[in-house]
Design a protein around this ligand. Structure first.
Ligand code: GAR
Length: 209
């Protein structure tokens, strides 16, 4: 059984999608050991508690980044987390934190990286006028929205779209993509060659037991 640790800052729909996928058996042999937020008022924390999942607020406001990250890492270790999933965690992680969990942190981003990194990626894509956008699940490295890509899903931009309708269709794909990516990483059925994550090979990167 692998323990997931979820970091979030907001409503937590990706967290809920992951929890639903575990409950439905789409992510086998896994459980969410803890949900942690840097914002005490994140709705995702309440959703977790309502589902009987441990939920912890570790407020980041006014705290130096690495000191805050050390508190988060301690909570993850307390819960024996094998894989850290960023699910709308809107705070940059320190290099120190990333180094604590090598190839064991995933992030979901609402664009086809490397296009539109950073904040409000859906709005950036809409304003740019691209005809296709989507979402990306990637390993987290020390650069923003940059690590090796695990899964991407495309979403067409329709003439009738506005930012909200487009964002909603991207979010639907995020929920599907995150489940696929977590299952694949937990199974270890891939190889990392440079930036390329290739399926069907036994991974060199093993999660700790
Ligand atoms: C999602 O769209 C996620 O991709 C995005 O925040 C939203 C969180 O929604 N993350 C980023 O933009 C990270 N750069 P949720 O709280 O409902 O999962």
């Amino acid at each position: 059984m692998k323990n997931l640790g979820i970091l979030l800052s907001g409503r937590g729909s990706n967290f809920v999608a992951i929890a639903d996928s575990i409950a439905a058996g789409r992510i086998p042999d896994a459980r969410i050991a803890v949900v942690i937020s840097n914002r005490a008022d994140a709705p995702g924390l309440e959703v977790a508690r309502a589902r009987g999942i441990q939920a912890v607020a570790i407020p980041s406001k006014g705290r130096p980044r690495e000191e805050h990250d050390r508190a988060i890492a301690a909570a993850l270790l307390d819960h024996q987390v094998d894989l850290v999933c960023l699910a709308g965690y809107m705070r940059l992680l320190s290099a120190w934190f990333v180094q604590q969990f090598p190839a064991r942190i995933l992030n979901i981003h609402p664009s086809l990286l490397p296009s539109f990194p950073g904040l409000e990626a859906q709005q950036q894509a809409f304003a740019y006028g691209v005809k296709v956008t989507g979402c990306t699940v990637h390993l987290v490295d020390e650069e923003l929205d940059h690590g090796a890509i695990i899964v991407q899903k495309t979403v067409p931009v329709l003439d009738s779209d506005d930012e909200h309708t487009l964002g909603a269709r991207i979010l639907e794909q995020e929920h599907i993509a995150y489940t696929e990516a977590i299952k694949m990483v937990l199974e270890g059925n891939f190889e990392i060659a440079g930036r390329r994550v290739v399926r069907g090979q036994r991974s060199e990167v093993r999660l700790q037991k």
